[in-house]
Design a protein around this ligand. Structure first.
Ligand code: ATP
Ligand code: K
Ligand code: MG
Length: 686
């Protein structure tokens, strides 16, 4: 922690470099102002004669220079502290990226040892137990467990094997613990997942988000307006000075001219321009990305984090996101006069090749009923489950075709072979669906044997989360391949706003497009290759780290813990980022009013227009210094708030706006009046 601050202090000075400083127009004006006031400290008469005794003027100018310099440093410090945590994280990551020797498989099948940095996309490598995986890739042969703690912080080993979308992708820098794998490299050197993570957390790719750019422009315009206002004060003051001279004598007129000295005009300018938000703006953005990183989510840009705050619609999978997703076979419901044992036997035959959790749980339940595999598995053919057919099964050596799957899919299968549907089947289908379970029909050729009840449970607390989202104006849409009845039961229980049943992967992208065509911003999660287009289409796409390479590349965020529910947290983080920025901007601009009333009178006070001094400050000098000290100190004082984010309540945007304008607007007007008066009382200036 101390190291973090030491580093930040050092960085604060590095950021004084004009080439870096100029990127923040508001603070750059302060920096230029500091240099000018420094010049008039060296030679108080630089821009014309002054009326104060030279030493007194020099002291005042020197003090102003010092405070302005600290104002710039404080703003730099805010940014440096925000960047610090990411830098520390990058160091840890870099340590895992050390080069290793890879066993490259040559076209003739022989092995050549090469440095991991020489591997290119498409190369084949062999990795044996205890080897570091040399680069990102896809397992094409073998099975083994991998320690991914370097990237996920999760110590439990993860099983990797070819074929299955989910388990076949490996990340360079993780370690193979057992057995051996043949891997096809999918990333060129320096383009891997860990490389991308490093450059992200280091902020190398942290370009300003569109909102940040818009706000920076607004602040720059505001700064320009004040620059013009302040620049017109001298002629105006000069005009009044002439007038005062004729009334009260030349000396009174001159003291008014002195009041509008360069140092004081610069002080007024700095006090009026939005330095508070100008100094904290980038820290707020970096902190938002940091908060996302602490959730173990990697965002590809600050833009993605911000987009989370603007989301109107959340598209979520049912299975595994809203429900636990470890759908277990709970019951066999035989139909058409078949016995449970008969049905168990057919269900087992339909599932021996099905590697999904559903398939394995069916095998287990069937074995409990005494079912045994009674055919030669080496000559039988497995029919893999696909979200499109919504079926899986086995073609037996004797030509029998056994299938299980969504009830309407199986009905279609049976019908095409001349079989019939029964009301008994429909009753079983309805019973399971009304319980929120997934019914799978089982058939052999044209004969339906029964319905398997796959049980799934809605995650506790999810309804409250959706209520919270609704209060923030976010609509939740549940998407499922399951039937309408099951979908509506789960939708009701989870409290989603809308649902789409019997959805194909194409439906996902369709839902997103139709929401977007209504001007809405959409967020979604996904892990499969077929999710990739939808992840790319969504304004916020959160891919699971356990998912395929394609999904991860299409998404703008990756969750290292592979928990799709995190999308809900991301929306909250994004909203908080926007609210924090809005609140501090309001506060910063509201502050100006008090600072204006503290400084303006000092310019005219010397001319005896004391009535302007409504704050009753001790003297012109004390007023200026007090206002500037407040202006400088408010930046470090607000760093914790900028980093942590303002207190967040799940409210709609308009309610939040009203609340914020009240708290940070009214507070922003009152706070500096009190603070400046206090500093004025404490200051040993006369
Ligand atoms: N292993 C399987 N074998 C046969 N049919 C299956 C299998 N797994 C699921 N199904 C059927 O296919 C349907 C679609 O499955 P899919 O995984 O696409 O969607 P889902 O898991 O129900 O919904 P979600 O989109 O919420 O994940 C399921 O509702 C179920 O009826
Ligand atoms: K200011
Ligand atoms: Mg699914």
């Amino acid at each position: 922690m101390r190291g973090l601050y030491q580093r930040a202090i050092k960085e604060s000075f590095v950021k004084l470099n004009p080439r870096i400083a100029v990127k923040n127009p508001v603070m750059f004006i302060v920096w230029v102002g500091t240099i000018v006031t420094f010049l008039v400290t060296l030679d108080p008469n630089l821009f014309g004669t002054i009326q104060l005794p030279v030493n007194q003027q020099r002291l005042l100018n020197g003090l102003i220079t010092l405070i302005l310099f600290f104002t710039v440093l404080f703003a730099n410090f805010a940014e440096a502290v925000a960047e610090g945590r990411g830098k520390a994280q990058a160091d840890t990551l870099r340590a895992t990226r050390s080069d290793t020797i890879a066993r490259k498989i040559l076209p003739d099948g022989s092995i050549q040892e090469v440095n991991s940095t020489e591997l290119r996309r498409g190369d084949l490598v062999k990795v044996v137990a205890n080897d570091m995986i040399p680069a990102d890739g896809e397992v094409i042969e073998g099975i083994g467990s991998v320690d991914e703690s370097a990237i996920t912080g999760e110590s439990a080993p993860v099983l990797k094997q070819p074929g299955t979308d989910i388990a076949s992708s490996v990340t360079g820098g993780t370690r193979l613990l057992s057995d051996q794998l043949k891997i096809r490299i999918t990333a060129d050197p320096g383009q891997g997942f860990i490389d991308r993570m490093i450059s992200l957390v280091e902020g190398a790719e942290r370009s300003k988000t569109p909102n940040e750019i818009a706000l920076t422009v607004l602040l720059a315009v505001l700064t320009q307006v004040f620059l013009i206002v302040v620049a017109t004060i001298p002629p105006f003051a000069g005009y009044i000075a002439n007038f005062v001279s004729t009334l009260y004598g030349v000396e009174a007129g001159n003291s008014l001219r002195a009041g509008a000295s360069v140092a004081i005009l610069i002080s007024l300018l700095v006090a009026l321009i939005p330095t508070t938000i100008g100094g904290l703006l980038s820290a707020i953005g970096i902190a938002g990305m940091d908060r996302v990183a602490q959730f173990n989510v990697i965002a590809t840009s600050g833009r993605a984090v911000e987009a989370c705050g603007d989301i109107n619609s959340l598209v979520l999978d049912k299975t595994g996101t809203i429900t636990f997703g470890n759908r277990m076979a709970d019951e066999f419901i035989p139909v058409n006069g078949h016995s449970v044992e008969d049905m168990a036997q057919v269900s087992l035959a339909a599932s021996v090749f099905d590697d999904t959790p559903e398939g394995r749980s069916i095998v287990k339940l069937a074995q409990n009923f005494g079912a045994r595999v009674d055919f030669d598995t080496s000559t039988a053919e497995g029919v893999e489950f696909s979200a499109k057919t919504r079926m899986s099964g086995t073609n037996l050596p004797d030509g029998k075709q056994i299938r299980k799957g969504a009830v309407d899919a199986i009905k279609g299968f049976v019908r095409s072979r001349g079989g019939n549907n029964t009301s008994e089947l429909d009753a079983a289908f309805e019973r399971v669906s009304r319980l929120g379970g997934t019914p799978l029909a089982v058939c052999q050729n044209d004969e339906i044997y029964g319905v398997i009840y796959l049980k799934d449970i809605v995650k506790p607390g999810i309804k409250e989360r959706f209520d919270q989202l609704r209060r923030m104006g976010v609509r939740t849409i549940m998407l499922t391949g399951d039937n309408r009845i099951t979908a509506s039961v789960i939708a009701q229980e989870a409290g989603v706003d809308d649902f789409i049943a019997e959805a194909t992967p194409e439906d996902k992208i369709e839902v997103i497009r139709s929401e977007q065509s209504q001007g809405k911003l959409v967020a979604m999660t996904g892990d499969g290759t077929n999710d990739a287009p939808a992840l790319a289409q969504a304004n916020v796409g959160l891919a699971m780290n356990s998912g395929t390479q394609a999904a991860k590349e299409a998404a703008n965020m990756v969750d290292l813990d592979s928990d799709p529910t995190k999308l809900i947290d991301l929306v909250t983080i994004g909203k908080q980022l926007l609210i924090t920025r809005g609140a501090l901007t309001t506060f910063s601009i509201a502050n100006d009013i008090a600072k204006y009333f503290a400084i303006i009178p000092t310019i005219f006070a010397a001319a005896g227009i004391g009535a302007l001094n409504i704050m009753g400050l001790k003297s012109a000098q004390s007023a200026i210094i007090s206002a500037l000290i407040y202006n400088a100190l408010i930046i470090p004082a607000l760093i914790p708030l900028a980093l942590k984010g303002v207190k967040f309540r799940p409210l709609r945007a308009d309610q939040l706006l009203r609340r914020n304008i009240f708290i940070y607007g009214v507070g922003g007007i009152i706070a500096p009046f009190i603070a400046i008066k206090l500093i004025d009382v404490i200051l040993p200036l006369s």
